[in-house]
Write a protein that binds this ligand. Structure first.
Ligand SMILES: OC[C@H]1O[C@H](O[C@H]2O[C@H](CO)[C@@H](O)[C@H](O)[C@H]2O)[C@H](O)[C@@H](O)[C@@H]1O
Length: 626
């Protein structure tokens, strides 16, 4: 087994032969764009003003004079960036726990209906008397914000010259907005009452009630939009930070940490939602929603603060004045979207089909508990109009979700370890990725056979395994692609310089290396050429492939429900929920997701794994497949 990246499979598109490189204007990367504002070549890295121990200081790359990643308490690694200890990986990625806990909050509100005065099955927004048709408006905030905000904030943060670093200013600003908007959602009624009192002068009590109701709805919807948009900004920059900091060979483990902390937060979020919070911490609020909101804000602020305080970033200095209108960023995103590196494009293709499967599952296990698959099955054999049965049915759905969250935590600990261990032959990252998608598809397709609540609960719990993988491997791969390109660029620069002096970085001259770097490179080419992939932008574009399927699924699910309605016996009385069991629209939408998952599994065989850097222990070079 070779550990030398220079002898990696030459067919890997990432391992390009310099002499066969595409002309600058055709390169599949972010940096060829002519918008100066977004050209990384316009920036030079300087050392952030940090406290370092002498040993850490010595890790700064003396040859280039460039300050490397600077997270406190690092170990020495053989890569250009410093390796992180497990503790530092945890501190770096704990922000994802806060993001996930907060993500769970709007979802958890559906589980909080015990404390909402209205009937069972009425989620928070409906409790504010938002017309049912308009709930779609709120739903849209999620995918819209993912589509717009993640690439935009990713692109801006890539070029941020703040002394705090590239990502932290956005994490802090986004964090403040998330906290305020959560308060806006939870206290929508109170804000509206105050607003009506100050701004409006209704004449009659009826008018007051009407205006307060309208005000509460508008406040909640606006707050939900701000929440989703700012949460996506924080999510985008936290993800990018996790890609920025560790070296290539730690991308897998760093993203595995991010996934497992997210999933732990999900479990804690579910438990917190179940506890009667008003009883235990009455000083935090007089309703479950308000107390949960305060707890979520506290968790969010603490986790984000830990990451921001313990992680130090590079500071970028703009060499040339490059201001341009804000909409240049859109052109830049478009160019990135249409010129993705081959490796990222392949991964995005998998993600697109995989998320055509994920969203049916995520929608119909969460949106309204009464429409979840597990609850459907429960109601197939239990009376639907009895409130006690409703409670029991929704509890069945919620218990399944708790099992799913716990399984995802356990899988998030075991699977990354198995892929690193020599004892589990065949457990390569790529095989685990494909296997998890197949498992997910089979689980969704099992809706053809599942009949009991227990069976359905087991299936939902099993889906915890692919969920842990989808939060881990795709992001790790993006991180590896970016690090690999950055390392190649460094190597190429170094090799070209050294070849002039008759040396190579790794001792004896390797023809591949020289070919890849020095033989076709002019010094000016190296200096002017900006080959770095921008992590924030790429992650944002990658996220577009996660949210596009949401729009598609919304339309396809509506068509499937219509079709099921047409096919079903018209003489049956109308059902208040989608018809249960194997013939329900929900089951068919899940099966659609299962089939899409199979396409994703096939495409995942084409995903590229980059060779890791030479000089690393326990690193396996995985041949890049086509
Ligand atoms: O439309 C809602 C959101 O959908 C995606 O987020 C979901 O997937 C994330 C993993 O990629 C997961 O961390 C999150 O909990 C899920 O809701 C999308 O990434 C978001 O941009 C979008 O707002």
């Amino acid at each position: 087994m070779s550990t030398d990246s220079t002898s990696a499979n030459p067919r890997t598109p990432l391992v390009r032969n310099r002499s066969s490189r595409r002309p600058q204007h055709l390169r599949r990367r972010s940096s060829g764009f002519d918008q100066g504002l977004y050209s990384a070549s316009a920036y030079k890295v300087i050392e952030a003003p940090l406290k370092r121990t002498p040993s850490q200081a010595s890790l700064v790359n003396g040859a280039t004079g460039v300050a490397e990643t600077t997270i406190l308490g690092v170990e020495q690694g053989a890569d250009d960036k410093d390796a992180l200890t497990s503790l530092k990986l945890l501190l770096l990625t704990i922000c994802m726990a806060g993001v996930q806990f907060t993500c769970k909050w709007p979802a958890a509100r559906d589980h909080l209906r015990r404390s909402v005065e209205l009937s069972y099955g009425t989620p928070y927004l409906l409790s504010l008397e938002l017309p049912k048709e308009l709930t779609a408006l709120v739903w849209l905030a999620g995918p819209l914000s993912g589509l717009i905000i993640q690439p935009l904030i990713g692109a801006y943060s890539d070029k941020c010259t703040s002394s705090l670093g590239k990502r932290r200013p956005y994490i802090i600003a986004g964090g403040i907005l998330v906290s305020i908007s959560m308060l806006g959602v939870a206290y929508a009624k109170e804000i509206s009452v105050l607003g009506v009192r100050w701004l409006s002068h209704p004449q009659t009590p009826e008018e007051i009630v009407k205006q307060e109701k309208l005000g509460a709805i508008l406040t909640a919807v606006l707050a939900f939009y701000i929440l989703d948009f700012s949460l996506n900004a924080v999510q985008a920059t936290c993800r990018a930070l996790i890609l920025d900091v560790p070296p290539l060979w730690q991308q897998q483990i760093a993203n595995a940490w991010a996934a497992r902390l997210s999933n732990i937060a999900m479990v804690v979020g579910y438990f917190t939602g179940f506890v009667d919070l008003v009883k235990f911490v009455p000083f935090l609020g007089d309703s479950q929603v308000k107390v949960f909101c305060i707890i979520a804000i506290i968790v969010f602020i603490i986790t984000l603060a830990i990451t921001c305080i313990t992680t130090k970033e590079k500071v970028y200095v703009q060499e040339h004045e490059q201001d341009g209108p804000w909409y240049h960023a859109l052109a830049y995103i478009w160019k990135a979207f249409t010129n993705l590196p081959n490796s990222v494009q392949r991964l995005c293709n998998v993600q697109f089909f995989a998320w055509l499967g994920w969203f049916p599952f995520l929608f119909y296990r969460l949106v309204l508990t009464r429409t979840t698959w597990v609850s459907d099955i429960y109601f197939a054999s239990n009376p639907i109009n009895d409130p006690d049965q409703w409670a029991e049915g929704t509890r069945a759905g919620s218990f399944a979700l708790l099992c799913y969250a716990i399984v995802s935590v356990v899988a998030g600990i075991l699977l990354p370890w198995m892929t690193e261990s020599d004892h589990f032959k065949g457990f390569t990252v790529k095989n685990v990725y494909t296997g998890s998608i197949v498992l997910f598809s089979v689980a969704l397709l099992s809706t053809f056979f599942v009949e009991t609540v227990t069976q359905a609960t087991v299936i939902v719990a099993i889906i915890g395994i692919p969920w842990c993988v989808v939060l881990w491997i795709p992001f790790a791969l993006v991180g590896e692609y970016i690090s690999y390109e950055a390392d190649k660029l460094e190597d190429a620069k170094e090799a070209a310089i050294q070849s002039r002096n008759g040396h190579t970085k790794y001792g004896t001259t390797d023809s591949t290396n020289v070919d890849a770097a020095s033989s076709s490179l002019e010094a000016n080419d190296i200096d002017d050429d900006d080959d770095e992939l921008d992590a924030g932008l790429l992650l944002g574009v990658h996220n577009m492939y996660i949210v596009f399927p949401q729009f598609a699924v919304a339309i396809i699910a509506a068509l499937i429900f219509k079709a099921v309605e047409v096919v079903q016996d018209p003489n049956l009385p109308p059902s208040p929920s989608p018809r249960p069991t194997q013939d329900s629209g929900v089951a068919w939408v899940l099966r659609f997701g299962g089939i899409m998952g199979l396409f994703a599994a096939i495409l995942s065989r084409r995903v590229i794994q980059v060779p890791r850097r030479p000089g690393q222990q326990s690193v396996t070079v995985v041949a890049a497949a086509h």
